[in-house]
Design a protein around this ligand. Structure first.
Ligand code: NAI
Length: 512
């Protein structure tokens, strides 16, 4: 019979007392479970016990629990010497080294010591649950329970059903996850599971822009934080995760997906990794770190010479409105032209969606030397992204920078690049979330919440897509696909169908 983990009386075994194992043990004893913690190294378990006790006492001091509750939780943790001591467990969570052979060996041995009904869960972040479970006599009892670091704060667990997992085992783990106060999401045993798969949209697309030479890592980070509202730019995140870890993981998932172009790694990362520019941990990555503190390069000062007059394209009425509203206050200083065509000397502003500046200038029959593209997908309040054509003169570019700086925005000027920075990265993120929904790796609701919590985003990717407008996301992708010829931009059929039917991206198929 499958154990009832909805009862705090249950005993949970945790193997591996490192970063993750100690976090899992802490949340389990806090929720009332008895925990038996073991590790190859007794120093690791002893250290973990001291750490957990300190964390629980601090939580009591902060008023998150009473002192008695804290001491009772500490009392529910028991350090045990090896696998034999886990006989009484209803569930064992494995959090040892990320190595398939080591995990397989452990699971095979574990099965000989625990009861026949005991649930075996692995906290692997990237290995296949199915591949771990094949060594077990009862693969049905093996599931993934992928926690995020730090476990007490990251309130998300991907519950991974392997090909042979009994769904009722996943249900029991879901009850445990709910009792510890985390959000459990059921996911298929696909490479990268759910959160890390969707999150690849953020990292690989930022690298694609860098590879293209359109913008610097600092430009991309500034736009993604100031305009798109992410807490951390993609390149600062690479530095935090460490390049050797991220690059190897990108290479391995690209192989596991048989060369899916959306997940393509970057030669820039390979080169930087070879050079030892790992990031924060090596003191230098995309940024330099001194005494552990990031040094952000100064932004170039904005030029001050304004154009005599400016003309704003109304080809995209929304874009026109946004730019016009931003520049209105400068009407006394700059002539804002309202004729159908720009005057001979006017700086021409276009607002493409997915197109590059060159394509847009030619489509509107404008002089490319005087044309500047403005990204109007999101707000222009904090920062404005400008794009030049290869023919735009530096005088016109500098006047455009001066114009938006005078209107009160910070300005990022990049080379010609289909989709600017934020629209391109956001469209890629939404597209991959739609691919994951299409593949049934998780439900739309779970995808949205899991990525929001697991990546610390303000909004889930499908909510973001709905807010921007699924039709706009589709247009950006179609134009990127057309202009670059790169299959990484091919839109997910899940997205296209919902646009065609006018449905929300969070809508599951009605018949499901
Ligand atoms: P860690 O290196 O901090 O701890 C691993 C612990 O396992 C060590 O104390 C080690 O002595 C022990 N160990 C190794 N082999 C063992 C064995 N055969 N039997 C008993 N103990 C053994 O590693 P961490 O970061 O806690 O990762 C553990 C697992 O969790 C890995 O599978 C990792 O991929 C996964 N994970 C890690 C995350 C992270 O951010 N660190 C996030 C999510 C999952």
């Amino acid at each position: 019979m499958i154990p009832d983990l909805d009862s705090p009386g249950a005993t949970i075994g945790v193997i591996g007392a490192g970063t993750m194992g100690r976090g899992i043990a802490q949340v389990a004893v806090t929720a009332g479970y008895s925990v038996l913690l073991t590790d190859l190294s007794s120093a690791a378990t002893e250290d973990a016990a001291i750490f957990i006790a300190a964390m629980l006492r601090r939580a009591a001091e902060k008023g998150l629990m009473s002192a008695e509750e804290g001491e009772a939780a500490i009392g529910r943790l028991q350090l045990v010497p090896g696998l034999k001591a886990l006989k009484a467990c209803e569930m064992v969570v494995e959090a040892i080294v990320e190595d398939l052979d080591a995990k397989r060996k452990l699971f095979a041995e574990l099965e000989t010591t625990v009861s026949k009904d005991c649930i075996l869960a692995s906290n692997t972040s990237a290995l296949s649950i199915t591949a771990i479970a094949v060594v077990c006599e009862r693969p049905g009892r093996v599931v993934g329970a992928h926690f995020f670091n730090p476990v007490p704060l990251m309130k998300l667990v991907e519950i991974v059903d392997g090909e042979n997992s009994d769904p009722a085992v996943g249900d029991a783990v879901a009850a445990f996850v709910a009792r510890i106060g985390h959000r459990g999401v059921r996911v298929k045993d696909a490479p990268l599971f759910l959160v890390n798969h969707v999150g690849r949209g953020y990292s690989t697309e930022s690298l694609a822009i860098l590879d293209e030479g359109a913008a610097t890592p600092f430009d991309i980070d500034r736009v993604m934080t100031d305009v798109a509202g992410f807490r951390m730019g993609p390149f600062e995140l690479f530095d935090l995760t460490a390049l050797d870890v991220s690059h190897r993981s990108m290479e391995s998932s690209f192989d596991q997906f048989y060369g899916e172009p959306r997940l393509r790694p970057s030669t820039v990362l390979q080169r930087r990794m070879n050079a030892g520019l790992f990031g924060r941990k090596s003191g230098r990555g995309f940024y330099v770190y001194s005494d552990g503190k990031i040094e952000r390069p100064e932004e170039p000062p904005a030029p001050s010479v304004l154009p005599a007059s400016v003309w704003i394209s109304s080809a995209d009425p929304d874009g026109f409105k946004k730019v016009h509203a931003r520049l209105e206050g400068l009407a006394g200083k700059v002539g804002i032209e309202s004729a159908e065509r720009p005057s001979r000397d006017a700086l021409s502003l276009v607002t493409p969606l997915g197109n590059d500046a060159t394509t847009q200038a030619l489509a509107e029959n404008l002089d490319p030397a005087r044309t500047i593209a403005v990204d109007t997908l999101l707000s222009l309040e904090t920062r404005v992204t400008l794009m030049t054509t290869p023919a735009t003169t530096s005088r016109n570019r500098d006047e455009a920078r001066a114009l938006f700086a005078a209107a009160g925005s910070k300005v990022t000027a990049i080379a010609d690049c289909a989709g600017f920075i934020a629209p391109r990265i956001l469209a890629s993120l939404v597209n991959i979330a739609c691919v994951v929904a299409q593949q049934g790796i998780g439900t739309p609701d779970d995808i949205d919440e899991a990525v929001r919590i697991g990546r610390g985003y303000r909004k889930g990717p499908l909510t973001l897509g709905d807010e921007i407008g699924p039709g706009r996301i589709l247009t950006i992708l179609q134009r990127l696909h057309h202009l670059t010829g790169d299959p990484r931009y091919r839109p997910s059929p899940w997205l296209r169908r919902r646009v065609q039917l006018g449905l929300s991206l969070k809508a599951p198929d009605a018949a499901n």
